[in-house]
Design a binder for this molecule. Structure first.
Ligand SMILES: Nc1ncnc2c1ncn2[C@@H]1O[C@H](COP(=O)(O)OP(=O)(O)OP(=O)(O)O)[C@@H](O)[C@H]1O
Length: 258
């Protein structure tokens, strides 16, 4: 059963066509990778799904509901969370506070309740802290809950971003280059974490990633973009041997030459 339908997405920035007529169907509870050379249009594609950019043309449906026209926080409320290529944590805030920020879409307290410190609000805050702590335990960061985010190692910051995204209780989680800058050990831990999250949070995961080992190990479905267009899609074994894909990565003539 599909959860996300992307139909004929095109995005133009003036004379540049960043995405041209890109379609994709994402199965519920699956892991899909979006790959392609630098500048292929991958981040633009994520930005359209998450409401950062509106497509020039095309349609996006989450469980048959249209997402076109929604702002990023509205898309998040519908159930799509993401992490960013360049880590976007609140660096001066604690690890726990960063996760609490991710929960704000689900906290019911109104301004009046917060201002007057009502008991019901205090109870809700306490419950949020417990949930945030559980998420930190899950990603292995509980011992560091009071540490400033900027003091964490690179790999730990990426895991914190994932915990913060999970705090929004998403149905679909988009990860933009989650392994960028990680060493092989951290990448391996991340791979296991993504696999666990998918099962235990009943999530659908879509990731942009340049680390092909991770992509091939983790994905059930791969979509390949080049110059803004989808040039291939399929299972890892099909993509690995697809001449168009090899050519896109290695340059024209590579397939014939190889
Ligand atoms: N806001 C923007 N204004 C103008 N052009 C843009 C904008 N965002 C992206 N582009 C252009 O769209 C094209 C696709 O960029 P995009 O960042 O989506 O590629 P990418 O596949 O994510 O690249 P990378 O792997 O290097 O992150 C590029 O030519 C880029 O310069």
């Amino acid at each position: 059963m599909s959860i996300l339908e992307v139909q004929n997405l095109t995005k133009k920035f003036g004379g540049i066509t960043a995405n041209q007529d890109v379609s994709m169907t994402v199965e519920k509870n699956s892991i899909t990778a979006v790959i392609g050379p630098n500048g292929a249009g991958k981040t633009t594609f994520f930005n359209m799904i998450t409401g950062v950019y509106q497509p020039t043309t095309g349609m996006i449906l989450l469980e048959n509901e249209k997402l076109i026209g929604l702002k990023p926080h509205e898309v998040s409320k519908k159930g799509i969370a993401r992490t960013f290529q360049n880590i976007r944590l609140f660096s001066e805030m604690s690890v726990l506070e960063n996760v609490l920020v991710g929960m704000h879409t689900h906290i019911k307290a109104g301004l009046v309740g917060i201002l007057f410190n009502l008991p019901a609000i205090r109870k809700e805050e306490k419950a949020s802290e417990v949930k945030a702590y559980q998420l930190l335990e899950y990603v292995g960061l509980a011992p560091l809950l009071n540490e400033k985010a900027c003091n964490l190692s690179y790999g730990a910051q990426r895991r914190l971003e994932i915990a913060r995204a999970l705090a929004a209780k998403p149905k679909v989680l988009l990860l933009d280059e989650p392994a960028a800058g990680m060493n092989p050990k951290e990448t391996n831990e991340l791979t296991q974490l993504i696999k666990r999250i998918r099962h235990e949070y009943n999530l659908t995961v879509i990731l942009i990633e340049h680390d092909m080992k991770l992509v091939m190990e983790i994905s059930e479905h791969i979509v390949v973009l080049d110059h803004g267009e989808k040039i291939a899609e399929g299972k890892p074994e099909d993509i690995r041997n697809n001449p168009k894909v090899i050519e896109a990565y290695l340059g024209t003539g590579a397939v014939q030459a190889g």
